[in-house]
Design a binder for this molecule. Structure first.
Ligand code: EPU
Length: 369
């Protein structure tokens, strides 16, 4: 299949697929979704397919369009909440694999495990993603919400994002500037939500191997140790190990043995408010922590949750709050309805006490009534 590049976009001739009503062989039916998610909740997918190539993605999309079925893309299942009733359309699991290192540039297929990708970069002595160690999920999800932790965000290293346009099945390439990145945000989550399926991401890293240690908690943990290390791979490895240790302590690593890790990580975004609004809040709550966010102030949602009466380890029905981090809502043997009920109560309490609306971070799929 020939592809031509024009004005930043690839266009390709579409091959002939199969008769419209026949599902491609790779589509299966009634597949439980809970085991595919880190929170381990949710019903089944009416149709389900794992796609290992762009052509398979196109075949599935074409079938879904011809039979009028909704498509939901699934990556690592670490930032998604499927309703207990399941999903009546087609869940398309991204299983494209491949990592290519070209000097400081790395092209990663969307289905590569994110943390294995970070490990490989560290191994190659390439800096830029080491603070993002231990984040669950797949490479293809990272541009969607501009994944970030400990002072790094993927927008700092992404050069290009390749995708399939679900409207016309053509391949498209976005430069980093075209992705409209912001805190946990991009065009793929905003204006173009559900329009593109990301198939590969190109990152440009730093071969000097100089780790970035901006986050105070990380700096405290690694400080002394780093001075005794050479730059490059040993220093990057030390940062990676320290981040993994920090995340493990907060149950923010995928670990089937750790019942506090049955979550989607942060359930709410850290709200960003104006300096004026923060000054008012501080008068009433002098202990409230904050972080600068351009000309505004970022307030840690974990603190708001705890100080609205939901302590670490709180349990209500089959849902609870992690014993190690107040921002993680944990499956305690219940249902998605239990999690959403608890989330709603937390939102109401935070609104009432602090007049701040907490926004959910993971994506919610399916009917929840
Ligand atoms: N805090 C509490 N109680 C808690 C946890 C946190 O009061 O139980 C307050 C403390 O003041 C603490 C502050 O929140 O200093 C920040 O906590 P932490 O360093 O754990 O980070 P976070 O703001 O809660 C964010 C990201 C995480 C990322 C960490 C580290 C968001 C929504 N979350 O969490 O990302 O790993 O920073 O950089 O921005 C995720 O998105 O799923 C995620 C885990």
């Amino acid at each position: 299949m020939g592809a031509t590049k024009s004005a930043g976009f690839y266009t390709a001739e579409l091959p002939d697929y199969f008769p419209a009503m026949n599902p491609p062989d790779l589509i299966r039916q009634n597949i439980p979704l809970a085991p595919q998610t880190t929170i381990r909740l949710g019903g089944s997918a009416r149709y389900y397919a794992e796609c290992t190539s762009v052509d398979e993605i196109r075949a599935c999309l074409q079938w879904a369009a011809s039979t009028d079925r909704t498509v939901q893309v699934l990556g690592g299942g670490s930032n998604v909440l499927f309703a207990d009733a399941g999903f009546d359309g087609l869940v398309l699991k991204i299983a494209l694999r491949g990592l290519e290192f070209i000097g400081e540039t790395v092209i990663a297929a969307a289905g590569e495990d994110w943390d294995s990708f970070v490990a490989a970069c560290v191994e190659h002595g390439l800096a830029g993603v080491e603070c993002l160690s231990g984040i669950p999920g797949l490479v293809g999800a990272t541009p969607i919400q501009n994944v970030g932790a400990y002072g790094q965000e993927v927008q700092d290293t992404i050069v290009e994002v390749q995708a399939v346009d679900r409207q016309n099945l053509q391949e498209v390439v976005f430069s980093a500037a075209q992705c409209d990145f912001a805190y946990r945000q991009s065009r793929f989550k905003a204006a173009d939500r559900d329009r593109y399926m990301i198939t590969a991401v190109t990152y440009r890293l730093d071969a000097s191997g100089l780790p970035q240690i901006r986050y105070p908690e990380l700096r405290r943990q690694i400080g002394e140790r780093l001075n005794s290390l050479n730059l490059g791979q040993p220093a990057l490895t030390a940062v990676r190990e320290t981040v993994l240790q920090l995340r493990r302590g907060k149950s923010m690593l995928v670990d089937s043995e750790d019942t506090n890790a049955r979550s989607v990580g942060s359930f709410f975004l850290n709200p960003i408010i104006t300096t004026e609004a923060f000054a008012k809040l501080q008068q009433q709550h002098p202990d409230i922590p904050s972080f600068p966010a351009d000309n505004n102030v970022k307030v840690p949602a974990g603190w708001l949750v705890e100080n609205a009466g939901f302590a670490k380890g709180f349990v209500q029905g089959g849902a609870g709050i992690s014993e190690h981090h107040a921002l993680a809502l944990v499956n305690r043997g219940g249902t998605m309805a239990d999690i959403l009920a608890l989330a709603g109560e937390i939102q109401n309490a935070v609104k009432k006490i602090f007049n701040i609306r907490l926004e959910r971070e993971p994506v919610l799929i399916g009917e929840t009534t």
